[in-house]
Design a protein around this ligand. Structure first.
Ligand code: B12
Ligand code: SF4
Ligand code: SF4
Length: 381
């Protein structure tokens, strides 16, 4: 089989099955990435969601017998909703990042990669392929960068000239020695908009992130959110799009090629108060198909409580009281105490004092005491 022709056929087929961009690279080790990953680990800048084995992450031959190439794919996702929902003063809403709009992208990309594998094996019977999306060992971005999908921006995202950075990435290791494509030149230039806009300073310098303080990461943790970041996450329930929203290369980029990624506004910007009492089953039925549900309902509920505190939503006092007094999870009770402290008022003080009398968990007690102290201080001032 003529491999050059096979590559052409794959490119044509990829367009037919809804792959928006495809690139080819070698299966050589990722030397620069290895140094980078070691450094990030040393600095404690990793989120913990990364594959821990750096050797496996950077050497495809440890994942695949005699690899000869990697095919990288990108699918563009929308940045704007076709229909809008707006929160009101008495009915506030939270926001899921664009990467969680519509159906879980892992499933969609895996489906495209499966089709591609089948196509390749039909034409090249000796072909062996191994596909991965996000949860695999490889760095999807490092593969995409080397395969010419886009450049690695100062906001860390892979930016494609055609679709901006609102693209999901996936890849396939193969034993076929395809001719590699050429990487795209870095086009960030002197721009620093993402670094300036990042609310927590997680972008420590162009292309380097302290993932531990990236809001996207913080929204996905299950424990108490450190006090410093509680207000700064605003009404984000999952993920953060700020460093992409400000990027000039994303201006006007809003692609609706894939019906799977079309957001249901009620899920992408859900009402906050009902989230506080949602059951496991309801959560699974409502949000289960989205990428943002992978950590379960607890972080989303914690973030919803923080958002109500952020909005100082007085109409949420009743719901927060219920949670504070009856939820079995200390993180949820303690976060409710903090949110009530932000809202303030005479009734809130009573609620906090009542809860203080019954609470036994040391972390929640600390939150209650902190919230009451803040309110007492405000009354005196
Ligand atoms: C862990 C993880 C996170 C962590 C850490 C993010 C990070 N920047 O490292 C957290 C939870 C914070 C996160 C957040 C997000 N993530 Co994420 N995440 C991952 C995951 C699983 C691993 C990333 C990783 O290994 N990071 C370690 C760093 C060191 O390596 P890297 O970014 O992969 O590779 C680059 C650097 O190493 C850099 N580099 C290498 N050497 C050197 C040397 C120098 C000098 C410099 C400057 C740079 C540099 O170049 C590489 C190529 O860009 C990948 C999926 C995967 N398996 O790869 C998705 C992935 C990176 N995430 C993705 C997305 C969409 C997001 C969010 C936009 C989601 C959101 N809206 O909230 C944010 C963006 C945050 C940001 N600014 O990066 C997409 C990115 C798509 C794209 N267009 O780039 C991926 C690829 C998932 C996917 N399959 O689509 N994520
Ligand atoms: S995702 Fe948000 S917090 Fe994370 S680096 Fe980008 S702007 Fe900063
Ligand atoms: S905002 Fe500017 S510096 Fe940041 S990724 Fe986009 S072009 Fe690069």
């Amino acid at each position: 089989m003529d491999i050059r022709r096979l590559k052409e056929e794959i490119i044509t087929y990829s367009q037919e099955i809804g792959i928006d961009k495809i690139g080819f690279t070698t299966a050589d080790p990722f030397i620069t990435l290895k140094g980078r990953l070691l450094r990030q680990r040393e600095l404690n800048y990793q989120s913990g969601f990364e594959e821990p084995d750096i050797e496996k992450r950077t050497d495809p031959s440890l994942l695949f017998d005699e690899p000869a190439s990697i095919i990288s794919i990108a699918l563009a996702y929308p940045s704007k909703m076709k229909t809008h929902v707006r929160g009101t003063k008495t009915d506030r809403r939270g926001i899921f990042s664009r990467s969680s709009w519509g159906d879980d992208y892992h499933i969609v990309l895996r489906n495209r990669l499966e089709k591609l594998e089948k196509f390749i094996v039909e034409r090249y019977p000796d072909a062996r392929c191994k596909s991965m999306v996000d949860t695999g060992e490889l760095s999807d971005r490092a593969v995409a960068e080397r395969a010419g999908i886009g450049w690695s921006g100062k906001n860390c995202s892979i930016i494609t000239p055609e679709f901006g950075s609102y693209v999901y990435l996936g890849e396939m290791i193969t034993n076929i020695p395809f001719e590699p494509d050429t990487p795209i030149e870095d086009q960030c230039g002197t721009c620093n908009k993402c670094l300036e806009a990042c609310p927590t300073g997680a972008l420590v310098q162009g292309g380097q992130i302290n993932a531990k303080i990236c809001i996207s990461y913080l929204t996905q943790t299950k424990d108490f959110l450190p006090e410093t970041y509680r207000s700064v996450i605003g009404n984000r329930l999952y993920g953060c799009d700020t460093c992409q929203m400000v990027c000039p290369y994303n201006k006007g980029m809003d692609f609706h090629f894939h019906p799977e990624f079309e957001p249901d506004p009620e899920l992408a910007k859900p009402r906050l108060k009902p989230l506080l009492s949602i059951s496991n089953k309801e959560f699974k039925n409502t949000f289960g198909k989205t990428a943002g549900a992978w950590r379960g309902k607890k972080p989303i509920q914690r973030n919803a409580i923080l958002a109500l505190g952020h909005f100082k939503d007085e109409t949420a006092v009743g719901e927060l009281e219920k949670v504070l007094k009856h939820d079995p999870r200390p993180v949820i009770r303690g976060t409710a105490a903090w949110a009530l402290g932000k809202i303030g008022g005479k009734r809130v003080k009573e609620i906090l004092s009542e809860a203080l009398a019954d609470e036994r968990d040391p972390d929640v007690l600390e939150e209650l005491e902190g919230a009451l102290e803040k309110l007492n201080h405000e009354t005196k001032a």
